[in-house]
Design a protein around this ligand. Structure first.
Ligand code: NI
Length: 176
């Protein structure tokens, strides 16, 4: 297993459309193991998508179970995911390992019905809501070359710079 390098905006590979997984072999398992290690390598993210490490395959991992009071299906490896049904919408704040300096307000469906395959190629259906549904929609966007910054209503009012932790130093004295 290995921690992989996460591509950052504006890497052009983040704008590509990923291809479906067709063979459910050891190479896919190894990739998922590396993706998971990378997701947790801090800052731990609730999700990651294969194209974020430069592998243009339709694979995402989502796990929102660490968030309190959030309905969820636990740790999910979702291969070739497809949303069959959307319902409702809500605005929520999102961040992304590929856009480390910003968060943004994005409109997402509040309920989705999802079909995806697991590591053995077996299909599953999920009914998802709230933050889990949001995380899946965010990660699935990566498979189509979209980032949350492409979804904000206004880049001027809906993007927020993450807090920068400044070292405690004396106030800078203006040059004369
Ligand atoms: Ni992301």
């Amino acid at each position: 297993m290995a921690i992989l390098k996460v591509l950052k905006l504006p890497d052009p590979r983040l704008k590509q459309v990923s291809a479906p997984v067709e063979s459910f072999d050891q190479a896919v398992r190894d990739l998922v193991a590396d993706l998971e290690e990378t997701r947790l390598a801090g800052p731990a993210a609730v999700g990651i998508a294969a194209p974020q490490v430069g592998v243009l395959r339709r694979i995402i991992i989502v796990d929102v179970s660490t968030r309190p009071k959030t309905p969820n299906h636990g740790h999910l490896v979702l291969i070739n995911p497809e949303i069959l049904h959307w319902e409702g919408f809500a605005i929520g704040r999102e961040g992304c390992l590929s856009v480390p300096d910003y968060t943004g307000n994005v409109i997402r469906a509040t309920h989705i019905r999802l079909r995806a395959q697991d590591l053995d190629g077996v299909e599953h259906l999920y009914e998802m809501e709230g933050f889990e549904a949001r995380a899946v929609q965010h990660e699935m966007d990566h498979l189509d070359g979209l980032l949350f910054v492409d979804r904000v209503v206004s880049r001027r009012t809906d993007l927020y710079r993450r807090q920068v932790h400044q070292p405690a130093v004396f106030p800078r004295v203006k040059a004369q």
